[in-house]
Unconditional design. Structure first.
Length: 198
């Protein structure tokens, strides 16, 4: 039995931090895991910028509430979930994800948690488990699932390579060139074909 494991941002919804960068007028916040492989380093850097500008959770949540899934993403997930199991394994946070999960039809999500002060400022974050994406894929494999993983960024590569099939979706030229063993595509139609191919 297959378990299809998806990254969230860049695959099913736009990048939250890029959207917030545009709303806040802070171009530095456009940096994502496509640019920085070390997620902890990236998040600590982001939190420093938020503190510097006096921005808290409320401002980010207001931006997220206006984000819609990528065109065709919900329909793709609905079709896929009609015949197989699918989960989202994301480095995002539970405090960010609610509005996006609602718009995607409430798929199962494994993600992390922010720590937020009484003043609404984000103090830090707690990763659910070390190497969250790889650890989750291996856990599914340990209970009898074969995993097919879909992602777009550096932090997805471990789960893609550990899976029966790993697929790069709308990734960067740099990541695609560096990983010629991974099939890549840019449309949900092609992604569906790659997922169901033997």
């Amino acid at each position: 039995m297959n378990m299809i494991c998806f990254d969230l941002e860049g695959v099913l919804v736009p990048e939250i931090w890029i959207a917030f960068s545009e709303v806040s007028g802070i171009p530095e916040l456009r940096r994502t895991t496509r640019d920085e492989p070390d997620y902890t380093k990236l998040m600590n850097w982001r939190l420093g910028i938020l503190r510097e500008h006096g921005l808290g959770l409320k401002q980010i949540q207001e931006t997220i509430a206006k984000i819609d899934p990528l065109p065709g993403a919900k329909e793709f997930l609905d079709e896929l979930r009609s015949f197989t199991q699918a989960v989202i394994i994301s480095d995002t946070f539970s405090q960010f994800a609610g509005p996006l999960m609602k718009k995607l039809g409430w798929p199962t999500l494994f993600c992390n948690e922010l720590t937020v002060g009484s003043d609404g400022m984000i103090d830090g974050f707690r990763l659910r488990i070390k190497d969250t994406k790889l650890s989750t894929v291996r856990a599914f494999q340990s209970i009898g699932y074969e995993t097919i993983a879909v992602g777009d960024s550096f932090n997805d590569l471990d789960m893609l390579k550990a899976s029966k099939k790993g697929i790069l979706f709308r990734s960067t030229d740099e990541i695609i060139r560096a990983n010629p063993d991974l099939p890549s595509c840019d449309t949900y139609e092609d992604l569906m074909r790659l997922i169901i191919a033997p």
